[in-house]
Design a protein around this ligand. Structure first.
Ligand code: PAF
Length: 286
């Protein structure tokens, strides 16, 4: 496994990789969720590139950029074991040199949900992912369904800007008690860690109601909100029942695929999670 830092080193190493190339963009501090993306890429591509970059432009001024967990050495050991060909871990100055002034802004699908709670977040994500795509030139790129809106935003960007690659979205990987894997789970103390299962319980309650015939979007949102509110350590930021493609909130009856999603503070830690309903078979990550 080769590791590189600068864009010119990356370009030189990329030139000799067997095709097709799969890219797994990450912010590091890898867990089984990331490794599931690497394994998917490994099984579908001749070579796998993993980028590790804590992208400052997708964090708001009051968010956790400074404290975001980092452990490059451990990440490299994990990736070596997975048979990754190339790891690219650029410095901030490589990605955003002085004078940087070009941004990618996705509009409609980036506005609701996370977009409304985290202004500028998807501008940072779309810009860095466009830069990763341009530098690595992968044939396939792998993202997790955990960040459901991010996946929709990136698909939209790929379509709109004619990136010549396939976006592959892999199921959420969960802990045995249902908590979706996330690097931010490490912020939780033991009591908060127990309370954090409320997101999964809340989504499961709404899905159960849907399976029992409930189709009223307001009622599904209410079931999720009430479950969250029953957990004293949790503070609900939003719950949503939205069209899974447009991400517009559903008013009235749920008829096609819908994204049930939420953001919840457990202590100071902000967690997100989602299920897709209305598919014939539920995705294994749900
Ligand atoms: O999902 C993430 O880890 C990040 O948003 C990404 C896609 C690597 C861009 O920084």
């Amino acid at each position: 496994m080769e590791t590189v830092k600068t864009i010119s080193e990356l370009r030189a190493a990329r030139l000799i990789l067997p095709q097709p190339v799969g890219l797994v963009p990450t912010m590091g501090y890898l867990h089984e969720g990331h490794l599931s993306l690497v394994r998917a890429a490994r099984s579908e591509c001749a070579s796998v590139v993993v980028s590790i970059f804590v992208n400052p432009t997708q964090f708001g001024p009051t968010e956790d950029l400074a404290s975001y967990p980092r452990d490059l050495l451990r990440d490299l050991q994990l990736l070596e074991k997975e048979g990754v060909n190339l790891v690219w871990s650029p410095d901030v100055e490589d990605m955003y040199p002085p004078g940087f002034q070009t941004w990618v802004t996705v509009e409609g699908v980036a506005r609701p949900l996370e977009g409304s709670m985290r202004p500028g977040h998807f501008r940072g994500v779309a810009t860095v992912v466009a830069k990763l795509f341009n530098a690595v030139q992968p044939q396939r790129a792998y993202f997790g369904q955990k960040d459901a809106q991010q996946a929709v935003v990136i698909r939209q960007m790929v379509r709109d800007l004619n990136f010549n690659l396939d976006v592959v979205v892999c199921p959420i990987v969960r802990e045995p008690d249902g908590l979706a894997m996330s690097s931010r789970n490490t912020y939780l103390n033991p009591e908060e860690r127990r309370a954090a299962t409320v997101l999964y319980r809340s989504l499961s309650a709404a899905r159960q109601a849907y399976q029992a015939g409930e189709r009223d979007a307001d009622r599904l949102r209410q079931i999720m909100a009430e479950t969250i509110q029953s957990e004293p350590l949790a503070r609900l930021q939003y719950v949503s029942c939205a069209d899974a493609d447009t991400l517009q909130e559903i008013t009235g009856i749920v008829s096609g695929r819908a994204l049930l999603s939420m953001a919840v503070f457990v202590g100071k830690t902000r967690l997100i999670d989602n299920f897709v309903i209305g598919e014939e078979n539920h995705a294994p990550g749900n």
